[in-house]
Design a protein around this ligand. Structure first.
Ligand code: TRP
Length: 342
């Protein structure tokens, strides 16, 4: 089967756990919004079932699910153009995941580095869900016959597993049913690092709030965090190789570049030779102009819980119209009596 038989369709998921920060915005939300348009049908999912593979407080899970939804819309996602929903409301994901549990091999799953990292030393005490996580992720993608999946570098192995599952399913049942999905990795999105330690990723779990810019931060907080970000005493170089041993400087240049849709090279042509005393206010102004309107809109939406829930419910309904026939055809292929032809 050639890939052209599938509608170009983008699917991606984001876990509603932790605060959304600049790393999520530049690495995920902004890219997802940029893919919305003529070329693809776009489907974005808050993967609440993935979140509970490690314990989540129920009230906080609800709040974070709505917060991610608000973040998507505030960042420019149009719920009329893209499908926006939370995973648990479309049962086809878990139904297809079971089929994929029976396709994926133990050996494949045991190789997953994210499981090893997250389970840590005490793997015997990890949930079975955490181990099966990548099969559910494959189901998320393939229950829409998604062809393109924008993700971060850390999800590459899970996408390769998704491809392996599609290939083995097609092979075992002698069909050309599931597409072999293309990962859309990297692109202009930088790895956004901790503002106080350029060797670590920006993270919602760092105890210090000064290490990150949250998508809910207002203009003052954004400007203050940039003003206080760690730097070094040297002037900015005019070429990127001058940043190789300067992780904090590189991070701020990368953030400037991503927020202004330029490359780091282009930014350095403009700011090379400047001291941080001059560059930081430029970055603060840019960050405030791009991010403060998003946090203001997020705050407004978070006050409109019913509106968010309505958007999610409508999204789930639209998602189901794509997912249900694909699941029914899968059941038919596998030999389940009672399955209607899709
Ligand atoms: N595992 C992804 C992450 O942690 C989230 C995710 C779940 C996902 N299902 C997906 C991403 C399907 C892309 C497609 O970032």
């Amino acid at each position: 089967m050639t890939e052209t038989q599938f509608t170009p369709r983008v699917f991606s998921g984001i876990q509603p756990s932790g605060n959304l920060h600049l790393g999520n915005y530049l690495g995920a939300l902004k890219r997802f919004v940029d893919m919305q348009g003529e070329d693809y049908e776009t489907i974005y999912c808050m993967v609440d079932l993935h979140a509970i593979t490690v314990w989540q407080d129920p009230a906080r899970l609800r709040e974070k699910t709505r917060e991610v939804c608000a973040g998507f819309i505030a960042a420019g996602l149009d719920p009329e153009q893209s499908i926006l929903f939370n995973q648990s409301q479309v049962a086809e994901h878990t139904q297809l995941a079971w089929i994929f549990n029976c396709i994926a091999r133990m050996g494949w799953m045991q190789r997953m580095t994210q499981f090893k990292d997250k389970a840590g030393k005490n793997a015997q005490n990890a949930s079975l869900g955490l181990f099966a996580y990548p099969a559910l992720m494959a189901a998320d993608i393939l229950t829409y016959h998604a062809t393109h999946v924008p993700v971060g570098e850390d999800q590459k192995q899970h996408l390769e597993l998704t491809r392996d599952i599609a290939i083995k399913f097609n092979h075992d049942y002698g069909v050309d049913f599931f597409p072999v999905t293309e990962p859309v990795i990297g692109g202009p999105a930088p790895r956004v690092m901790n503002l106080r330690d350029g060797s670590r990723k920006m993270s919602s779990s760092d105890p210090s709030d000064m290490t990150r810019i949250n998508m809910t931060d207002d203009a003052d907080a954004i400007a203050k965090k940039i003003r206080k970000a760690k730097t070094d005493p040297d002037a900015l170089p005019s070429e990127t190789n001058g940043l190789s041993e300067r992780p904090e400087a590189r991070n701020l240049v990368n953030i400037y570049a991503a927020l202004s849709d330029l490359t780091a090279e282009q930014v350095l042509t403009e700011v090379g030779g400047k001291q941080f005393g001059e560059f930081k206010p430029m970055l603060a102004e840019l960050a405030v102009s791009k991010l403060a309107p998003i946090s203001t809109e997020m705050a407004r939406l978070m006050g409109e819980e019913a509106e968010i829930d309505r958007i999610l419910a409508k999204g789930a309904e639209k998602a189901r119209t794509i997912a249900a026939p694909i699941l029914q055809q899968t059941y038919e292929i596998v030999g389940m009596v009672g399955a209607k032809q899709g």
